[in-house]
Design a protein around this ligand. Structure first.
Ligand code: DAT
Ligand code: MG
Length: 156
C-alpha cells in the first residue's frame, strides 16, 4: 500500500471518557471510518508523563488543572493509521471547546465543557510522532496487513 496510507495519529480517551463509559463508542468511530488500529493500552498515566505530553501548554493558566484532570483516572492511549489520519482525526474529534464542536463529532455529540472534553488527538504529523514515541515503545506499535485496505482505498 502507498506510504500516504501509513500516516499515524495519537488518540487518547481522557479520564472522563473512560469514567463515562465512552471508550467503545470512541473506538468505533475511528474503526468504522476505516482507520487501522496499530496500538492501544489502558493505563493510569503519571503527572510526569502528562506534563511531557502537554509541554507546549506549560505556560497556560489552565495547565496545572489540565495535568491534574488527566492524572485523575485511567486513560486509553491509541495509535490509528491511514490516509490523512492526523487531519481527519481532528475532524472526527471536533473543535477543542465542545461549544464550538459540530454535531456528529465526538466532542460535539458527547461532551459540554472544554476542561472535560473526553478525548485527545494530535494536531500535526510532527506532534503525532512525538506523542506516539512518548506513549508507546517501538515494540508496542503493531504493523499488520489488512485485506480490507484494497476496498477502503480502492486499489483493487
Ligand atoms: P486540543 O485538545 O483540541 O488539541 P489544546 O491542545 O489547545 O486542544 O489544549 C489541550 C487541552 O487543554 C484541551 O483538549 C482542553 C484543555 N484546554 C484548552 N484550552 C482550555 C481552556 N481555555 N480552559 C481549560 N482547559 C483548556
Ligand atoms: Mg492539542
Amino acid at each position: 500500500m502507498a506510504d500516504a496510507y501509513a500516516e499515524r495519529t495519537f488518540i487518547m480517551v481522557k479520564p472522563d471518557g473512560v469514567q463515562r463509559g465512552l471508550v467503545g463508542k470512541i473506538i468505533k468511530r475511528f474503526e468504522q471510518k476505516g482507520f487501522k488500529l496499530v496500538a492501544m493500552k489502558f493505563m493510569w498515566a503519571s503527572e510526569e508523563l502528562l506534563s511531557k505530553h502537554y509541554s507546549d501548554l506549560s505556560s497556560r493558566p489552565f495547565f496545572p488543572g489540565l495535568v491534574k484532570y488527566m492524572a485523575s483516572g485511567p486513560v486509553v492511549p491509541m495509535v490509528w493509521e491511514g490516509l490523512d489520519a492526523v487531519k481527519t482525526g481532528r475532524f472526527i474529534l471536533g473543535a477543542t471547546n465542545p461549544k464550538d464542536s459540530n454535531p456528529g463529532t465526538i466532542r460535539g455529540d458527547l461532551c459540554i465543557q472544554v476542561g472535560r472534553n473526553i478525548i485527545h488527538g494530535s494536531d500535526a504529523v510532527e506532534s503525532a510522532n512525538k506523542e506516539i514515541n512518548l506513549w508507546f515503545t517501538e515494540k508496542e506499535l503493531v504493523s499488520w496487513p489488512r485485506t480490507v485496505d484494497s476496498w477502503v482505498y480502492g486499489e483493487n
